[in-house]
Design a binder for this molecule. Structure first.
Ligand SMILES: Nc1ncnc2c1ncn2[C@@H]1O[C@H](COP(=O)(O)OP(=O)(O)OP(=O)(O)O)[C@@H](O)[C@H]1O
Length: 636
C-alpha cells in the first residue's frame, strides 16, 4: 500500500478542518489519514455500496432490537424538536449500518442520493471521514462539516454523531443528526449528545429494573438529572453495569463490570452502605471516596431492604446458582439438573429436548451461568429464524467482501463470537443439511473457516435445543446422524408442564418475579384458580403459564393479595374454563382444546339465537372477545 504522505494529505484537508466548536481537529486529520491508508480516493463515488439486502437488515435489526426499541421513541422526541429545519436523525449499529431514520422528506431525498439512508453502511472505510463511521472509530462524539468529509460528494452535509454504549461498556451503535452544511447550527452537537445520553440511560434503567442501583454525583443538585452517574450492583456489591456518567465519574473500565465491587470506588463496604442508608432516612448519603472529594449518593432498591441477610451470627444461606434456581421440586427436572452438574466445566455438548415453552432457553442460560465459562459470552442463535441464505455467513462469518453484498469489514460470525463462552443453537433440528456438514467440521476440528477466509481456532461449550424428533429427521435424512451424536454428549429431556409435579412452586417462583416491588407482597392463587391451573393441560408450557400470570398480576389492585379467575385475560379464562367443562381425555377425536372451545362458543351462540351479547354473557366473556373468536373460527 502507498505509504502515507503528510504533505499530500495537508494539500487536500481543508484549512478549516476540525474547527467546529467542541471538536478536536486531530479527529478529522487522523480520519483522513486512515482513509488514504485504506486506499479511498476523495473523488470516488461509493453511493451504491455497501448496501445491505432487506434480509440482512432484518438480521442486523434483530441483533440490535433492544437498541432500536429504546432509541426510537427518543429519536422521535428529538426529531420533533428540529422538525422542518431540513435535517434527518439516524441510528446506526456498531458496524455503521444505518438502522433507523426520522427526517424531513426533502432533506431525506437529498440524503438518499448519497446513500445516507437505512440499509447503507457508513463505516469509515466504506464512506471516508463521516460523523457516524468516525465516531465509531474514535469512540467519542464528533461533527464532520462540509469539506471535512473525505468523499467530495458528501461535502454538502454537516453531521453530528455520538456513539452509544451499553451498560457493560460495549459499543452499541451511533446516533446522528445530519443536515445541509449551510444550515448547521452548533446546538446540533449538544442535541445529539443529549439524545445519546438519554438512550443510554434508558437502556441502563431497563436492563437493571430489578437490581439495586446507586445514583451519584459530585453535586447534589445533579442527582436525579440526566447527568447523574448510576451503577447497578448485585447482592454482593459487584457492579453489574453503569451509565455513561457512571463510567466517567468513577473512572470505570468495561473490564471492571462484573468483576469489581462498588466499595472500591466509594470507599465503603456493603455493610457501611446499609448502615448509612438506614440512618439517612431517604436523604442522599454523603461519602468521601478520596481525600477532599465529596460524592452525593442515593440508593435505589427495587425490593425490600438493600440486602436481606440473616443477622451476622446466623449462618448464611447458601447462594443458589443458576441451575439450582431452576429446581422447584419436580423429580425429572431435579434429575436433569444433577446430570448437567456432572458435566459442567467438561466441555461436553448438551442437547436439550422438550416441547415449545418448556424452558430450554432458560436451561441453556443456566448451564452457561453455573459453569466456569460464565464470564465469557453466551451467544444464542435460533436456527429456525435465520433465512437459509444468511445462516452460513451469520454462523461462520465471512472475510471482507467475500461475496456480493458482504460487509466490507467482514464478519466474525456467531461461532467465533462464542469463543471462550457458550454457543446455544436453538431449534437445531431445523438447520439446513449443508450447514450441518459445516457445523460438524467445526465440532470435530475445533476451527471455523469464515466464507472466503482462513481457519481460526475456536473454543466454546455447545448447548443445542430442539423440540423436533431426531429419529424421524434422521430416518427422513433431513438431519445427519453423525452430527446428532456429536451434539448429544448429554441429552436432557425437559418434561412438559402438564407432567410436572411442582406446579405450585413454579407458580410461586414466577409470581415472585412478576410481582416484585408490591407493597403487599407476592400474591397467591385463589383455591378456584389453583384448581383450574392444576387441571389445565398447558399446551404452551411455562411460556403460557408465565404469560398468564404476568397479565393477571397487572390486573391486581394495589391492596389485593389473591389472584382470582377474574384477573385473567378473557382468552386465558376461556381456555381454562372451557377445558374444565370438557371431558378429561382431550386427545380423543375432535377433542383438541381449540376445537372444544370453538364448539362451546358455537353452542352458546346458537342457544342465544345468534344474539352475540347474550352469548357473550352466557360464556362470561366480552362481546369483543367473542367477535374475535368467531372471526378466528371462520378463518380456521
Ligand atoms: N424455570 C422457569 N421458571 C419460570 N419461568 C420460566 C422457566 N422456564 C421458562 N420460563 C418461562 O417460559 C418462557 C419460555 O421459556 P424458554 O424460552 O426457555 O422455552 P423454550 O423451551 O426454549 O421454548 P421454545 O422451544 O419455544 O424456544 C420464558 O420466557 C419464561 O417466561
Amino acid at each position: 500500500m502507498e505509504p502515507f504522505r503528510l504533505a499530500a494529505l495537508s494539500d487536500r484537508l481543508p484549512a478549516s478542518a476540525g474547527q467546529t466548536q467542541g471538536v478536536d481537529p486531530g479527529d478529522i486529520s487522523r480520519s483522513w489519514q486512515r482513509c488514504r491508508m485504506a486506499g479511498l480516493a476523495p473523488e470516488q463515488n461509493r453511493v451504491d455500496q455497501p448496501h445491505f439486502s432487506s434480509a440482512e437488515r432484518r438480521v442486523a435489526a434483530e441483533r440490535r432490537s433492544t437498541l432500536i426499541t429504546h432509541a426510537r421513541p427518543i429519536m422521535d422526541y428529538f426529531y420533533g424538536q428540529i422538525k422542518d429545519s431540513g435535517c434527518v436523525m439516524l441510528l446506526s449499529d456498531d458496524t455503521g449500518l444505518l438502522l433507523e431514520s426520522a427526517g424531513d422528506l426533502d432533506f431525506c431525498n437529498r440524503a438518499a442520493k448519497v446513500a445516507l439512508t437505512p440499509g447503507a453502511s457508513w463505516a469509515e472505510d466504506a464512506r471516508g471521514t463521516n460523523a457516524i463511521g468516525t465516531a465509531l472509530i474514535e469512540g467519542k462524539p464528533i461533527v464532520v462539516n462540509g469539506t471535512e468529509h473525505y468523499l467530495r460528494h458528501n461535502s454538502f452535509l454537516a453531521c453530528a454523531a455520538a456513539p452509544l454504549t451499553e451498560p457493560g461498556g460495549k459499543l452499541l451503535g451511533v446516533i446522528d443528526i445530519s443536515c445541509d452544511s449551510r444550515r448547521y447550527h452548533p446546538h446540533t452537537f449538544g442535541l445529539v449528545r443529549a439524545a445519546a445520553q438519554m438512550i443510554e440511560n434508558r437502556i441502563f434503567e431497563i436492563s437493571f429494573a430489578h437490581n439495586t442501583k446507586l445514583r451519584f454525583h459530585y453535586s447534589s443538585e445533579c442527582l436525579g438529572s440526566m447527568v447523574e452517574g448510576a451503577i447497578a450492583i448485585d447482592e454482593e456489591g459487584v457492579i453489574l453495569g453503569a451509565n455513561r456518567s457512571g463510567f466517567a465519574l468513577l473512572g470505570l473500565r468495561p473490564e471492571d463490570i462484573g468483576t469489581q465491587e462498588f466499595g472500591r470506588y466509594f470507599g465503603l463496604t456493603m455493610r457501611d452502605l446499609i448502615d448509612m442508608e438506614h440512618r439517612a432516612g431517604g436523604r442522599p448519603l454523603v461519602v468521601h471516596p478520596r481525600r477532599g472529594e465529596t460524592l452525593y449518593v442515593s440508593v435505589e432498591q427495587t425490593r425490600g431492604p438493600l440486602i436481606r441477610r440473616p443477622p451476622l451470627s446466623a449462618p448464611e444461606a447458601p447462594k443458589l446458582d443458576a441451575l439450582a434456581a431452576l429446581d422447584t421440586g419436580d423429580e425429572r427436572v431435579n434429575r436433569a439438573i444433577s446430570q448437567l452438574r456432572r458435566v459442567l466445566g467438561r466441555k461436553v455438548p448438551v442437547l436439550l429436548q422438550g416441547e415449545t415453552g418448556a424452558g430450554k432457553d432458560f436451561f441453556a442460560r443456566a448451564i452457561h451461568e453455573a459453569g466456569p465459562r460464565a464470564n465469557g459470552p453466551f451467544v444464542a442463535v435460533n436456527c429456525a429464524a435465520l433465512p437459509e441464505t444468511l445462516i452460513e455467513a451469520e454462523l461462520f462469518g465471512h472475510a471482507p467482501g467475500a461475496f456480493t453484498g458482504a460487509r466490507k469489514e467482514g464478519s466474525a460470525g456467531r461461532i467465533r463470537e462464542a469463543h471462550g463462552g457458550t454457543l446455544f443453537l436453538d431449534e437445531i433440528g431445523d438447520m439446513p443439511l449443508s450447514m450441518q456438514t459445516r457445523l460438524l467440521r467445526v465440532l470435530e476440528e475445533g476451527v471455523v473457516t469464515p466464507i472466503g477466509g482462513k481457519p481460526v481456532a475456536v473454543d466454546f461449550l455447545l448447548v443445542s435445543a430442539t423440540h423436533a424428533d431426531f429419529s424421524t429427521r434422521i430416518a427422513e435424512k433431513t438431519f445427519r446422524e453423525d452430527l446428532y451424536y456429536r451434539l448429544n454428549g448429554l441429552a436432557v429431556s425437559l418434561p412438559p408442564l402438564r407432567e410436572r409435579t411442582d406446579l405450585p412452586a413454579l407458580i410461586n417462583r414466577i409470581l415472585e418475579r412478576e410481582a416484585q416491588g408490591r407493597q403487599v407482597g407476592t400474591p397467591r392463587l385463589s383455591p378456584e384458580l389453583a384448581k383450574a391451573f392444576a387441571e389445565y393441560r398447558w399446551p404452551g408450557n411455562l411460556r403460557q403459564l408465565s404469560g398468564i400470570l404476568r397479565t393477571a398480576c397487572l390486573m391486581l389492585d394495589d391492596d389485593e393479595t389473591e389472584l382470582c379467575l377474574h384477573h385473567l385475560s378473557e382468552e386465558a379464562m376461556l381456555d381454562l374454563t372451557t377445558q374444565q367443562c370438557a371431558p378429561k381425555n382431550v386427545e380423543q377425536p375432535g377433542g383438541t382444546l381449540r376445537a372444544q372451545s370453538d364448539a362451546m362458543i358455537a353452542g352458546a351462540v346458537s342457544e342465544a339465537g345468534g344474539n352475540i351479547a347474550a352469548a357473550a354473557r352466557a360464556l362470561g366473556i366480552s362481546r369483543n372477545t367473542l367477535y374475535r373468536r368467531l372471526a378466528a373460527m371462520r378463518t380456521h
